[in-house]
Design a protein around this ligand. Structure first.
Ligand code: BEZ
Length: 254
């Protein structure tokens, strides 16, 4: 898991309240073809999907840059190797049949995407599969537009801290690196959030970088005001839904 702030994750809180992230990733695994493959789980976080991949019979290794997520992964998945590395600068000394990644690649800024893709390409065997899902074009558009409005109202500048590409943009990047896109699906997936204050807690967990330098109580007020305004659109039958748009793809090393 990549983090868009200097602080590490609260891995326990993440596992308890945001388990929908790996839960949804189970469908992405179905894009992998073949059995008993050597798989790298890029940005494995707490290892929830690394474990699923291992249970399916693959020989899997997890990689992440977060100490707290890796510590939890090692505790909960004994027998699986987890390594600490940056997704834009990793060079394992072995090659893999598959690089798998769920809900991670949008944390890497656009300028650094080619570095990540070169690392993926280099650690894949010829014909190897790069299978992933990430936030796609217009992901969380309502949330970020409202945060921008709340920032502006208070004289702050809001910089959206994620990269959410279109199919065309990402296919070009992949193909420029020697990875041929063979499957792509961009789709909307409203995502149920946990708890009465689900949207505020989601913003607190995931949208951190824009709040750096803003005091805690102003930050809390911004999140509360944003949630109040978004209630009309994102709160239904007593539940919060985030306006997720997913980009799910598979590419082959040529
Ligand atoms: C996503 O999975 O699309 C996502 C998760 C956290 C923040 C932004 C996007």
């Amino acid at each position: 898991m990549i983090q868009n702030t200097v602080n590490d994750w609260n891995a326990e809180d993440y596992a308890e309240h945001f388990s929908f992230v790996p839960d949804y990733g189970r469908d992405v695994i179905k894009l992998i073809s073949g059995e008993n493959l050597r798989v790298l789980d890029l940005g494995c976080g707490n290892g929830a999907l690394t474990k699923v991949l291992a249970e399916l019979g693959h020989d899997v290794q997890g990689m992440d840059s977060s100490d707290s997520q890796l510590a939890l992964a090692r505790r909960t998945c004994p027998g699986i190797k987890f390594i600490k590395a940056d997704a834009t600068d990793f060079h394992p000394d072995e090659q893999f049949d598959v690089v798998f990644s769920n809900a991670v690649l949008h944390w890497i800024d656009e300028d650094s995407q080619p570095d990540m893709m070169l690392c993926v390409r280099d650690c894949l065997k010829k014909g190897g599969q790069f299978v992933f899902e990430m936030g796609g074009y217009s992901n969380n558009r309502l949330i970020h537009a409202e945060l921008e409005r709340q920032f502006k109202k208070r004289g702050f500048n809001y910089e959206m801290p994620f990269y959410f590409p279109t199919i065309g943009q990402y296919s070009s990047l992949l193909e420029g690196t020697g990875l041929m896109a063979i499957y792509a699906h961009l789709f909307s997936r409203p995502t149920l959030l946990d708890g009465d204050d689900g949207l505020v807690q989601w913003m607190k967990m995931f949208v951190r970088k824009p709040f750096e330098g803003i005091d805690e109580s102003t930050g809390d007020k911004i999140r509360r005001d944003a949630a109040e305004t978004l209630k009309d659109k994102l709160f239904r039958d007593g539940k919060w839904y985030a306006d997720y748009v997913r980009l799910r793809m598979k590419a082959i090393k040529i």
